[in-house]
Design a protein around this ligand. Structure first.
Ligand SMILES: NC(=O)c1ccc[n+]([C@@H]2O[C@H](COP(=O)([O-])OP(=O)(O)OC[C@H]3O[C@@H](n4cnc5c(N)ncnc54)[C@H](OP(=O)(O)O)[C@@H]3O)[C@@H](O)[C@H]2O)c1
Length: 324
């Protein structure tokens, strides 16, 4: 139904609504678009526009009539939060997505990018994880509610394409890191937690740091500025119903990553591993061949990206948000 649409450079003058523009991903996309000369960016904090309020979302969209929408607003959290509040992760994310996409449909939004997450893929998916493995097996139970909401979002994009012919797309990023991350001790993902721990250890001149698990699981990390660049690339060069994985295509062991964080913080002590704590899945790596076919590969290496993130963390230490 999207016959006849050819991806093309985004119009720098067109109104673009970035939902979630104060979050880690949304703010990176805002910076990237601003840097490329987009003059008509629109965003609203959740305190001004609660995206679970359907009427308010329709009014906002009718007022601004965006030509493009990036849907980077979501209720996001680590394993603990996902496992403790599955109802909120399912219900709030479904409401946000349905409201934004229905209101965008009403306005005939030309290009919409929906952001999901690699947790949509089955727990035991073959590595590296290809887009085709979606809906081929059981999800990781600790974040299944969040994953189901994100899968529903992909389906809504596909259904809108089929029924209404709008060339909307979905992107599924791997683990992200960078400026604006959540560094809370209880709610944060593995990388910000490592940065916080090693930074404190360096400051307090500790002899050693102890991390959970064996350090052997392999994980992939993408800098959020690379992620923003990939999103804009997809909007300008990709059209298709299938979600596109966004990652570096390279993974490293948690021990290697911890070593890079120690280096970036200047921590000189030893690292110990508490093997009585669970390791999680042995490997999580996205197959990024579809993204490469679309003409994009990541540019920011882990060592360089981590050094910049530690610098950012130290500069913003006092004002960091602490979402539990
Ligand atoms: N971070 C990662 O590693 C990662 C990895 C893969 C995928 N992603 C995906 O990328 C997207 C953005 O993630 P993120 O890391 O940028 O999350 P984030 O930093 O927590 O930002 C989420 C944004 O959503 C907004 N939001 C949440 N609930 C809202 C509501 N009811 N009404 C209005 N706005 C609301 C928040 O607005 P306020 O700030 O105004 O409250 C916040 O700015 C998500 O879809 C996530 O699944 C992230």
């Amino acid at each position: 139904m999207t016959d006849g649409f050819t991806p093309q450079p985004l119009d720098r003058e067109a109104t673009t609504y970035i939902a979630g523009h104060r979050g880690m991903v949304g703010s990176a996309i805002w910076r990237a678009m601003e840097g490329r000369g987009h003059r008509s960016l629109v965003g609203a904090a959740s305190s001004d526009l609660d995206l679970t309020d359907r009427g308010a979302v329709f009014d906002f969209m009718a007022q601004h009539k965006p030509r493009y929408v990036v849907l980077a607003a979501a209720k996001v959290g680590g394993i603990l939060a996902n496992n403790t509040y599955p109802h909120d992760f399912l219900s709030k994310n479904l409401q946000i997505q349905v409201n934004v996409m229905d209101a965008a449909l009403e306005q005939g939004v030309e290009r919409l990018l929906f952001l999901g997450s690699s947790c949509i893929y089955p727990k035991l998916a073959e590595q590296p994880i290809h887009e085709d493995s979606l809906l081929t097996g059981h999800l990781e139970p600790t974040n299944d509610a969040y994953a189901i909401a994100k899968i529903a979002g992909i389906l809504q994009v596909q259904a809108t394409r089929r029924q209404h012919g709008l060339p909307w797309i979905s992107a599924m990023p791997t683990n992200l890191y960078g400026p604006g991350d959540n560094f809370s001790p209880t709610g944060s993902h593995v990388l910000p937690a490592l940065i916080r721990r090693y930074d404190e250890a360096q400051r307090d001149e500790l002899d050693s740091v102890t991390n959970w698990g064996s350090g052997t699981p392999r994980r992939e990390f993408l800098h959020v500025d690379d992620m923003a660049d990939a999103c804009l690339h997809l909007l300008e060069h990709y059209d298709g119903p299938q979600q596109v994985n966004v990652g570096t295509g390279k993974d490293a062991t948690i021990a290697e990553i911890a070593g890079l964080v120690a280096e970036a913080t200047g921590f000189q002590g030893e690292t110990h591993w508490d093997t009585s704590k669970p390791d999680g899945t042995p490997q999580k790596l996205l197959d990024v061949s579809k993204l490469a076919e679309a003409g994009w590969t990541s540019r920011i290496g882990l060592r360089e990206g981590l050094a910049a993130t530690v610098e950012w963390y130290r500069e913003h230490g006092d004002s960091l948000r602490e979402v539990g």
